[in-house]
Write a protein that binds this ligand. Structure first.
Ligand SMILES: [Zn+2]
Length: 195
């Protein structure tokens, strides 16, 4: 079971789920998006979610913009679209260290953090399947449950059964917001309760 020690952002406002969203014309979203404290305003601090080491930083990815990848004991995390990166390759980080500032670099329309959590070999972080999905873009909930059910499909199906079209759903809806926060709660563990 994987638990993280710190929230990735101050407010943890999820603007897009992991999985099969239709957001921005994509069919598969390989991370979760977290919005700024003030919508669209860059500069929120981005925190390391656990102790680890900086494996890679990049300043100019056409898609991910400025990003930083951390290696942890049980997984890897990648923080994309940053405005500024504060850490260097090989540097050790502690959970809660400010590793950068939220931005909108790369393929992004507004300030947000795109956070990916992956397990497996680091080299597999970048592998995609034939449909262009990162094959190890594992949903944190799936890791916690350690089952073989694809969480995103399950979630998508359950929302569809309720007649909710995910692509049109606003995340300030109480029901959906509750689900989102439940996910974050499981993802981040007890630390989320303290925020
Ligand atoms: Zn995203």
């Amino acid at each position: 079971m994987i638990r993280f020690k710190h929230n990735p952002t101050v407010n943890n406002r999820v603007t897009y789920h992991f999985g099969f969203t239709k957001a921005y014309g994509r069919t598969f979203h390989n991370g979760i998006d977290l919005g700024a404290i003030n919508s669209g305003v860059e500069g929120d601090p981005i925190f390391a979610i656990d102790d680890g080491v900086v494996l890679l930083t990049k300043e100019d990815s056409p898609t991910a913009g400025k990003y930083i990848t951390l290696g942890h004991e049980a997984c890897f995390s990648r923080f994309c679209h940053l405005k500024t990166i504060f850490k260097k390759n090989g540097e050790n980080v502690k959970a809660g260290d400010i590793i950068g500032l939220m931005g909108s670099t790369g393929n992004s329309t507004a300030a947000h953090l795109h956070l990916e959590i992956k397990v497996g070999d680091y080299k597999d972080f970048w592998k995609k399947d034939e449909e262009g999905r990162y094959i190890l873009a594992v949903n944190p909930e799936k890791m916690l449950l350690d089952d073989n059910i694809h969480w995103a499909e399950q979630h998508w199906n359950s929302l569809n059964k309720k007649g909710i079209k995910v692509s049109e759903k606003r995340f300030d809806d109480p029901m959906t917001r509750g689900e989102v926060f439940a996910l974050l709660d499981r993802m981040i563990g007890k630390y989320y309760q303290n925020c």
